[in-house]
Design a protein around this ligand. Structure first.
Ligand SMILES: [Zn+2]
Length: 351
């Protein structure tokens, strides 16, 4: 409960301080250097764009509200030359000489709200973006396991304490309470423990969690739908770049050899057959990567691959390890502050 409480407290303090900091020009001063630097290329990461806070009850860090998204785009449009990733990669490699720095907007996973909420706002503001799609079950996509875990926690009817060994996650912090803040902490703890499990154990463990929490089986607002194949076609037809994001969104570091290659190559092939165009880019699922994973992307001939390592990219950046900046769910003042912090920090190299 402590973590979520601290986050809520920080949010409340920020809501008071942030407009004051913005009003005296602190954010603009912090950004003035980075915004004039055309020798770096910035990529922003989004996952979901939501209409109501309720759609992401435990603030997973993967959602940005539509009004915040719009104001962030308006700020970006005023300061950067925004290009799809494949185009920016070429321009940057060959020596970008434009008056403004390059920036690319990226979306991971392939949620339906990317098509229904994000794409219309992008078009209204007049900006391109690149969308990285997980292709497993694309004809009738099931919700992602982390969304099913969140849903199970939110709808849980359990009353007695939860035992982490009972659900197959020994050592995980599984304090169960019906209080909303505690539920949020439980969802975060379960999801991060699940990410560390061997691939074959993830789905059986999710099923045990669902059974133990006795959650409602029917889909609800916390079970966000994915785009299906027609949705991906529609997004592409609107002029947006489509990239690959694996077949089953596994931790690629847990795969090797043909099984690793298949996750990457098959997701590209599926999208190329669906769209009838080359798919040059890949985004590593969950930002999980190591040297064999990066070399696999290179050997398969991807033009570039995206990490979730925080930072911007200089001209000598490895195109298979492009860094990005996660976008906070904040109005433009906080976005500028988070952005300035990320632009000025010394990013650590990927593991
Ligand atoms: Zn992803």
């Amino acid at each position: 409960m402590i973590r979520l409480f601290e986050r809520e407290l920080k949010r409340a303090v920020k809501a008071v301080l942030s407009p004051a900091i913005e009003a005296v020009g602190v954010n603009d001063r912090a950004l003035s250097g980075p915004l004039a630097d055309t020798g770096r290329w910035t990529l922003l990461t989004y996952h979901r764009i939501i209409q109501q806070v309720d759609e992401d009850p435990y603030r997973s860090g993967m959602s940005v509200r539509a009004d915040h998204f719009r104001s962030q785009l308006e700020f970006i449009a005023g300061h950067f030359d925004v290009r799809p990733v494949h185009e920016a990669a070429d321009l940057f490699r060959t020596g970008w000489t434009g008056p403004r720095p390059l920036l690319s907007i990226t979306f991971d996973d392939g949620y339906l709200d990317n098509l229904e909420v994000a794409a219309p706002i992008l078009s209204q503001v007049g900006l391109p973006a690149s969308f990285y799609i997980t292709v497993g079950g694309l004809d009738a996509p099931a919700p992602f396991w982390w969304d099913r875990v969140t849903h199970a926690v939110r709808t849980a009817r359990r009353r007695e304490p939860l035992d982490s060994t009972e659900i197959g996650l020994p050592g995980a912090e599984c304090r169960w309470s019906t209080a909303p803040l505690a539920r949020g902490d439980l969802a975060h703890a379960l999801i991060s423990a699940l990410w560390r499990l061997p691939e074959a154990e993830v789905e059986p463990t999710v099923a045990r969690i669902q059974a133990a929490l006795d959650g409602a089986a029917s889909p609800g607002p916390t079970l966000p739908p994915r785009m299906d194949r027609d949705g991906v076609r529609a997004l592409h037809a609107r002029g947006f770049e489509i990239g690959a994001h694996s077949v089953s969104h596994v931790n690629l570091c847990l795969r090797e050899g043909d099984a690793l290659r298949a996750e990457m190559a098959d997701s590209r092939r599926d999208l190329e057959q669906t769209l009838g165009v080359p798919v040059p880019g890949f985004a590593y699922p969950g930002g999980r990567l190591d040297t064999p994973v990066v070399e696999c992307a290179r050997e398969l001939g991807f033009a570039y691959a995206l990490t979730t390592d925080i930072g911007t990219n200089r001209r000598d950046a490895d195109p298979m390890r492009l860094r990005r900046i996660g976008s906070p769910d904040s109005p433009v003042a906080d976005f500028k502050r988070a952005f300035a912090r990320a632009l000025t920090r010394d990013a650590q190299p990927a593991a």
